[in-house]
Design a protein around this ligand. Structure first.
Ligand code: PLP
Length: 398
């Protein structure tokens, strides 16, 4: 008789974003006259930079000529893209060997697939609230999960504590959903803790592109000792508008070894070459164009666009006297629900009163019960319209 992985039955029935979509559609059905504005989206809205499109077009044309056609590429990524990423990291004074970089179809796949190379009886630790993929992928495998809470008391930047006994520690910096960002000294505490406890940090760098302040760490490898304990997962999704194109990478330093001297990089390369046939040549050419001076300049213009939206949202919240964190080095603003509402109550309140769709914080964990997440990913026009609507809310209702 067929047996299923029963861990799947323990997962929450609805993935957060599908539930938001379902409730939004339901509202739209009954209120067709309302022009909804989605400040819930974690997806980019700016088109790809033209330098990226040109590179992909050229690559596409090459694929149509017998002389330049390419079949299977190297499973771990073309050397020129890995080199381009290694060069990019040099601006943060991080030296990487291109062999330590493995190209993938995005951070989500890597964050999940990395679990393949670890023991099946694993304890992992992660923030509460957290990007749901860390939690769900571990629940699917039956791993034990410990949480460290991000709350007002710790400025939403939890630091290690002795209750954490995990083998793997997830850190997302700047964080989704709270939008806050660790200082180097704080990350150092995590690195020291991981080394002391022989744990591995999985460092999700999907949003580092939003850090404009050179005093903040752009890579965990800026921190002394991180090469002995941290895996960094990067993504071109938010950085370069690749959410639909799909390209990311994972960095595993050569000297990251288990206590019995097994190289995690070797295992990861073995895993990827066996289970993955690489990212398409066309996409990798587009990705390499991102890391050219023209690509980086164009990418920065899009990031500036989103940051302008976020600034506007924060200014509006200031005017409303709603408390929040994030927004400064992140597309995300983590807003305390006005009037002591729960997250879903606040979701319904904003939807009904303003036609604005937010993401209920409780979908990211129990610590998000009284929060909602707003994002700067919509167009400037829509974000401005949303902010005007927010300002019309009667403060007495809060
Ligand atoms: N990590 C975090 C924290 C995210 O918020 C997201 C997407 O929203 C991802 C990873 C996924 O990135 P990718 O599109 O590269 O799979």
């Amino acid at each position: 008789m067929i047996k299923i992985n029963r861990n799947y039955l323990k997962l929450p029935e609805n993935y957060l974003f599908s539930e938001v979509a379902k409730r939004t559609q339901e509202f739209e059905k009954h209120n067709p006259q309302t022009d909804l504005i989605k400040l819930s989206i974690g997806d980019v809205s700016r088109p790809l930079p033209s330098v990226v499109v040109k590179a992909m077009k050229r690559a596409c044309a090459e694929m149509g000529q017998s002389k330049t056609f390419r079949g299977y590429g190297p499973e771990l990524g073309y050397p020129w893209l890995r080199q381009a990423i290694a060069n990019f990291y040099q601006q943060f004074k991080v030296q990487l060997d291109p062999d330590e970089i493995v190209i993938s179809d995005g951070a989500k796949s890597d964050l999940s697939n990395l679990l393949d190379i670890f023991d099946t009886a694993l304890t992992v630790a992660m923030c509460n609230p957290v990007y749901p993929v860390y939690l769900d992928t571990n629940l699917m495998l039956g791993h034990k999960v410990q949480f460290f809470s991000a709350n007002i008391a710790n400025n939403f930047l939890p630091l290690p504590n002795e209750q954490i006994t995990a083998d793997i520690i997830y850190l997302c910096n700047p964080a989704n959903p709270t939008g806050v960002c660790y200082q180097r000294a704080q990350l150092k505490q995590w690195v020291d803790f991981a080394r002391e406890h022989q744990a591995v940090i999985i460092y999700d760098a999907a949003y580092t592109c939003f850090i404009q302040d050179a005093d903040l760490p752009r890579s965990i490898y800026e921190i002394d000792g991180a090469r002995e304990c941290a895996v960094e997962v990067g993504s071109l999704s938010k950085m370069a508008g690749f959410t639909g194109v799909r390209c990311g990478y994972t960095i595993i330093p050569k000297n990251l070894r288990t206590a019995d001297a097994v190289s995690l990089l070797q295992l990861w390369r073995r895993r990827q070459t066996t289970k993955f046939n690489g990212v398409s040549y066309i996409v990798q050419r587009g990705a390499a164009a991102v890391f050219t001076p023209a690509g980086l300049k164009a990418v920065q213009q899009n990031l500036d666009y989103y940051q302008r939206n976020v600034r506007l949202i924060c200014q509006t919240l200031d005017q409303l006297h709603w408390s929040y964190v994030g927004g400064e080095h992140s597309p995300y603003v983590w807003v305390r629900c006005p009037g002591a509402r729960t997250a879903w109550e606040c979701f319904d309140f904003l939807l009904k009163q303003t036609g604005i769709v937010c993401t209920p914080g409780s979908g990211f964990g129990s610590a998000g019960e009284n929060y909602v997440r707003l994002t700067g990913f919509n167009s400037y026009t829509k974000t401005r319209a949303a902010c005007r609507r927010l300002l019309t809310l009667n403060k007495k209702m809060h």
